[in-house]
Design a protein around this ligand. Structure first.
Ligand code: MD3
Ligand code: FE
Length: 216
């Protein structure tokens, strides 16, 4: 296992963790997820403005956003079907990088076309802040921005590319982050271009391990 770059306390970056063959294998598994759970258009709470990123999920729980708010739920918001299982190829990346004793409960699949972006935000819809978040980048590169744990603080940018894996744990779990832009055409992995990000999370409170109830 190559050594990760420690970017900040709690932030580890493995550049090129997945080689091209491994990226193709994970992408194939993600295509299977997309066939079972098509991308949907999330909307902002209250305003119902569409987000530019298209989303779906795999795993026990999926993150969704609509006019009623942000939440985790067990079913796709359009089909009403349970999310497909998390592919083994994706679980393996968590096992190798997260250094956490429980598997992820949710894998959010974000699709960015060349114009999509994601504003600076914190991830705080989960109940287990002890577990890290693992992010896997596939396809076109992006300009990723990360700040501190207070809004309006200093930020730094880095370029993420296909095959990179980022882990945010400890203090970094509450870090502000976002995606400023996509570098269209920078990868040939996705036949029609764009970027896919997989975000693996635990959701339930640590004492809920094995619970079968809804998260909220
Ligand atoms: C740092 N997605 O879905 S992944 C998101 O590239 C999200 O699609 C971005 O932010 C994307 O919520 C960034 C990297 C990431 C994810 C969660 C984090 C970084 C994080 C949580 C805390 C700190
Ligand atoms: Fe986020």
């Amino acid at each position: 296992m190559p050594a990760p770059l420690p970017l900040a306390p709690g932030v580890l970056l493995w550049k090129g963790w997945l080689d091209r063959a491994a990226q193709e294998a994970v992408l194939g598994d993600v295509m299977g997820v997309l066939a079972a759970a098509p991308l949907f258009m999330p909307r902002m709470p209250r305003t119902a403005d569409p987000m530019s990123v298209r989303m779906t999920n795999c795993g026990d729980l999926g993150w969704i956003s609509d006019v009623a708010g942000y939440r985790y739920q067990r079913t796709h918001p359009v089909s009403g079907k349970a999310w497909p299982p998390m592919p083994r190829s994706v679980l393996a990346i968590w096992d190798e990088t997260a250094a956490y004793p429980c598997p992820p409960e949710a894998c959010l699949v974000n699709f960015y076309d060349s114009t999509a972006r994601m504003g600076l935000h914190q991830d705080r819809d989960e109940f287990d802040f002890n577990a890290p978040i693992v992010s896997i980048s596939l396809g076109d590169g992006c300009k990723f921005r990360m700040g501190g744990t207070i809004r309006g603080g200093a930020t730094r940018s880095l370029r993420l590319e296909s095959g990179d894996v980022l882990v945010f744990g400890g203090a970094a779990r509450r870090m502000y982050h976002g995606v400023d832009r996509i570098f269209a055409g920078s990868s040939s992995l996705l036949p029609s271009g764009g970027r896919i990000n997989l975000t693996l999370r635990r959701v339930s409170a640590a004492s809920d391990h094995g619970s079968s109830g809804e998260s909220q």
